[in-house]
Design a protein around this ligand. Structure first.
Ligand code: NAP
Length: 256
């Protein structure tokens, strides 16, 4: 039987890892999605959708499906599933890796306002300008709902969950985005301030370059910390190396 890898997905890196494994090795890959997006981007290999029912449910799933290793490639802000994944892997006695793309870092020309939460982001906005580009995703926008004097352009893949601020314009679209388009968006909507999570990655980074070029402030929500015991790599290549070093026959580069 080929070895079975469970990838916890919902990111570009998860898709790329599944595709890389399909191309290079005799391994069975299942990618798990939370099911938040109605039309997820296509995935190579098997997929399953929906929560597992906490760490116990996940560890039961790992045992029942004879999973040999787990890679948590979820979004840097998906804190609960990462905690659950490491606990479940310990319970099921299988190795687990966290694939986490590096955070963005400001250059000397950036005007960043780091904050710990969406609520803190909302509190900083009135002092920074009346027209806001909000790119923090479709959930949690209730934090901004009381800001009645500001105008929000909300960009997200799916319609955001209410309550929303009273002056909200929606822009439903999926990245990647490119610099000329981001500059055009900021200019035509006369944006004063950008709000983003520190998600990292190339696909959505041009908005930061555009804000820098236009000298706009950026309110940036810092990442939640990773569990202390997490073994972490920054990219798909690192995940493939980790799989190879496990010594499980069938994983790429494995000598076993
Ligand atoms: P979360 O708060 O860490 O997870 C909440 C619960 O959702 C988990 O306890 C788990 O339910 C379920 N879940 C999360 N990811 C799952 C997965 N890949 N497969 C199966 N169940 C999953 O996560 P979140 O912030 O709501 O994010 C949900 C998903 O969207 C993640 O997979 C993440 O990669 C993706 N995403 C999140 C963000 C973000 O900003 N948070 C941005 C882009 C993409 P059970 O306890 O029942 O197992």
């Amino acid at each position: 039987m080929p070895p079975h890898l469970l990838i916890l997905g919902g990111t570009t890196e998860a898709r790329e890892l599944a595709a890389a494994l399909a191309a290079h090795s005799a391994v069975r890959v299942t990618t798990s999605l939370a099911g938040r997006v109605t039309r997820p981007a296509p995935l190579t290999g098997d997929t399953r959708t929906g929560g597992f029912g906490g760490p116990e449910g996940l560890s039961d799933w790992l045992r029942a499906h004879h999973v040999d290793a787990l890679v948590d490639a979820t979004h840097p802000f998906a804190r609960q599933i990462t905690t659950n994944a490491l606990q479940a892997a310990r319970q099921a006695n299988i190795p687990a890796l966290v694939l986490r793309r590096p955070a963005w870092h400001p250059t000397p020309d950036d005007n960043w306002h780091p904050v710990p939460s969406l609520t803190a982001a909302a509190a900083t906005l009135p002092a920074l300008g009346p027209r806001v580009l909000l790119t923090t995703g479709r959930l949690g926008l209730s934090a901004f709902a009381a800001l009645e004097d500001l105008h929000f352009l909300v960009r997200s893949v799916e319609p955001p969950a209410p309550p929303l601020p009273p002056h909200t314009e929606l822009l439903l679209t999926r990245g990647p985005f490119i610099l000329p388009d981001e500059l055009h968006l900021l200019r035509t909507h006369r944006i004063d301030v950008l709000v983003t999570k520190n998600s990292g990655g190339a696909a959505t980074a041009p908005k930061l370059t555009a804000a820098r070029q236009l000298d706009l402030p950026v309110v940036i929500v810092e990442r939640p910390p990773l569990p202390e015991d997490a073994v972490t790599v920054p990219d798909v290549g690192g995940a493939l190396d980790w799989l190879g070093a496990l010594g499980i026959s069938g994983f790429p580069g494995s000598a076993a």
